[in-house]
Design a protein around this ligand. Sequence first.
Ligand code: NAD
Length: 351
Amino acid sequence: MEFIRKSQGGKVGNTARVLVTGAGGFIGHHLVSSLRAQGYWVRGVDLKHPEFGASDAHEFEIRDLRKWEDCLCSTAGVDEVYALAADMGGMGFISANHAQILHNNSLINLNCIEAARQNGIKRYLYTSSACIYPEYRQTATNCVPLKEEHAYPAAPQDAYGWEKLISERLCIHYGQDYGIATRIVRFHNIFGPFGTWMGGREKAPAALCRKIAAARLEGLHEIEIWGDGEQTRSFCYIDDCVSGLQKLMRSDYCEPLNLGQDRMVSINELVDIIANIAGMRAIKKYVPGPQGVRGRNSDNTRIREVLRWEPQISLEEGLRHTYEWIEKQVIELAAEYSFGVATFPVNPISP
Ligand code: NAD
C-alpha cells in the first residue's frame, strides 16, 4: 500500500489508509484536512472532537489511547499512523503537571505503538518535541541552535521532555526489532489558527495574540509577559509543519529530525511583531511566570539534507493569519457572553 502521486494537474491519489491520533487537537486537525485533500482515507481518534470546526476525517472516533483496547481498535484496518495524541500544553501547563503528563503520555505511546505492531502497521510517525533537548544547552538567550545529536547526554527540563525522549527510543527499537518504518519528528513551537488560545494550555504566540487582541479592542496598551521577555525561541507556522510531517513520513529517514524555523526571536520581539500586525502600541508589563529554558533554536542542517526542504513561511505571515483568527475568537467570545469587547478581560488566563 503506497503513495501514488498522479502527474496530471498536481492532483494526488493515495490508497493508504491513515490513522491520525490526537486528531481533535491543533496539529492533528490540520493534518487530517491535508491528508484527506490528498486522497488518503483518514481515521481520526481523540478524547474530544476538534474545538474549532468539524473534522475532515472519514471516520472520527472518540477514544482514550491510554487504554490498550482503544489503541487496538484505533490501529485496526489502517496502513500508517501519525501519532500526535498527547496530554500537553504551553509552559504554564507543562511546568506544573509532571506526574500527570509522564503517566498519561507514557501509556498513550507504549500502547499505541504496540497495538500498531500487532495490527501490522507499516509506517508509524511519532511527534516528539524540542523539549527533549538538554537544559544545559539552553541557558543563554543567544544559545547555539540545537542539532539532533545534541539530545545526549540527556537532561530535558521537564517530565514532558523525558517522556518524549523515551518514546523516541521506543520508536527506534520498534523499527529495529520489528521492521516497522518508524519516523520521529521534533517540533519547535508550532503555531497557527485553530490552536488553543485560552484556558491554560495555550502557548506563547496564541496567548500573546489573545492579550493583544483583547487590549486593542478595549483601547488599552499594557500586555503582561512572563519573565523579562528576553527568553528566545523559533516559531514554525502550521502549514509548514503539516507539509514537513508528510515529507518525513514518505522519506526513508528513521532517526529523529528537527522540524521548525531557525529564526530565533525573543518574546519581546514576538510581542512587537504581533502588536505591529494588530496596529497598536504595546506596553510590556513583566510579571513572574514559568518561562521554560532561556533560549532555544532549531539547527536545520539535517532537515535540509534529508528532505531537501525546510519551513518556508515567515514568522510575520504566520502571525498575521494567527492574529486575525484569534482576534475574531476574542470578539465572538465577548459577544457570546454579552460582556462586549469593552469589558473583555485582558488576561482571562495567563499564557
Ligand atoms: P494538542 O493538545 O492540540 O493535541 C493533542 C491531542 O491529543 C488533544 O486533542 C488531546 O485531546 C489528545 N489526547 C490527549 N490525551 C489523549 C488520550 N488519552 N487519548 C486520545 N487522545 C488524547 O497538541 P498539538 O499542538 O496538536 O500537538 C500534537 C503533538 O505534537 C503532541 O504529541 C505534542 O506533544 C507534539 N508537539 C507539539 C508542539 C507544538 O508546538 N504544538 C511542539 C512540540 C511537540
